[in-house]
Design a binder for this molecule. Structure first.
Ligand SMILES: C[S@@+](CC[C@H](N)C(=O)[O-])C[C@H]1O[C@@H](n2cnc3c(N)ncnc32)[C@H](O)[C@@H]1O
Length: 352
């Protein structure tokens, strides 16, 4: 038997208990978003440390401050809040991580993404992850809800709206980051965003590159029906597995990840058909490192991979650069390059 008094066993017992209780972390995060805590602390940029009593005075005076403090304290250990102990009172301000949950002047933040991921229909799928190993023909989401995730959003206007808000909240800061350093849109006249959701990526590309004469936001009919009017952008409803509108550049962000290799090839072949000779498909996707390690980046990418497998496609996945290169060449593209500017998404260029 192992020596339970050794440091190694002591550390192992601690680590497994931390892992076994890990569900507390995302659920507490979801709770503080639902309770509107980040906006309450932010207070137009003051970010003054507040106690749970002070936070609830602003948001929900009849609620239980002790239980809120328990959530704040645990999330401080994950660097969402900073704890300040003043006399005997615990107060909390937002760290840089916590600030991503604050609603900005355009009504956006990462908070809708947190809410989107913890809706009942998605949470119902998680206890079934083991089943996707035994039988990879049905996604846990489908097992739990009887319909695919995109089908479910399509039938449920509230979920559809939350999904769009979640995508906008994540995509806008990413686009701000890449548009300054990436020159891949130079000289483009007609740009098609496949699976463009509310059209934020196109809006930002057109603002930065006024020479782009026409933007086409292509997504499912029920999604573009809810998309806001954007100058220079036409919203087109359709199915990327059937055909994609033509353009001299096809852009897509966070699309290939959710589909199987065969489905990706179909999307990429349809993109190839929609491009002129020399035209370019620009895909922004999470790209896995070849080797596994315990860095935040690798963890975020591997955790997203399990999310895709559970919710969208049992064989949809996060891929390595080599796997993307292979998908490109088997879809007809002659050149490929990967550009690493963001820690989560990589820009992948496929040239026809
Ligand atoms: C993960 S979201 C990414 C949204 C957006 N590109 C972004 O990154 O903010 C995937 C998008 O693909 C769209 N989509 C799913 N199936 C589609 C299909 N068959 N044809 C066109 N778009 C589709 C969804 O409606 C959704 O907007």
């Amino acid at each position: 038997m192992a020596d339970e008094t050794s440091q190694a066993r002591n550390n192992a017992r601690l680590a497994i208990l931390e892992l076994a209780n890990m569900i507390s972390v995302p659920m507490a995060l979801n709770a503080i978003v639902r309770l509107k805590v980040p906006d309450a602390i932010w207070q137009n940029g003051t970010n003054t440390p507040l106690s749970s009593v002070q936070i609830l005075t602003l948001t929900n005076p009849l609620a239980d401050p002790e239980n809120l403090q328990r959530l704040l304290r645990m999330l401080a250990s994950y660097n969402v809040f900073e704890e300040h102990i003043v006399d005997t009172v615990r107060k909390y301000s937002l760290t840089d991580v916590g600030k991503t949950l604050v609603t900005d002047e355009d009504g956006l933040s990462y908070a809708p993404y947190v809410l989107q991921h913890h809706q009942d229909a998605l949470v119902r799928a998680w206890p079934m992850v083991h089943e996707v190993v035994v039988d990879p023909s049905v996604e846990p989401f489908v097992k739990a809800n009887g319909i695919s995730a995109y089908g479910y959003y399509g039938e449920n206007p509230e979920m559809n709206e939350l999904m769009q808000k979640a995508m906008s909240g994540v995509s806008v800061p990413f686009m701000k980051a890449i548009l300054n350093g990436y020159d891949g849109f130079d000289g483009v006249q007609r740009l098609v965003d496949v699976g463009g959701s509310a059209g934020d990526c196109l809006r930002m590309i057109l603002q930065k590159h006024p020479f782009v004469k026409e933007g086409v936001n292509f997504d499912l009919p029920e999604v573009v029906a809810k998309a806001p009017k954007i100058p220079g952008v036409t919203h087109v409803g359709g199915d990327m597995f059937k055909s994609i509108p033509h353009g001299d550049v096809i852009f897509m962000k966070w699309i290939l990840t959710t589909w199987t290799d065969d489905e990706c090839k179909l999307i990429m072949k349809n993109s190839y058909e929609a491009l002129p000779q020399g035209g370019k498909l620009i895909a922004c996707e999470p790209v896995l490192p070849h080797e596994s390690d315990n860095s935040h980046r690798t963890r975020a990418l591997l955790e997203g991979d399990i999310f895709v497998m559970t919710i969208y496609r049992a064989k949809g996945k996060h891929r390595t650069e080599e796997e993307f290169r292979e998908l490109g060449s088997s879809s007809g593209f002659s050149n490929f390059r990967a550009i690493y500017v963001d820690h989560f998404y990589t820009i992948l260029e496929f040239i026809k």
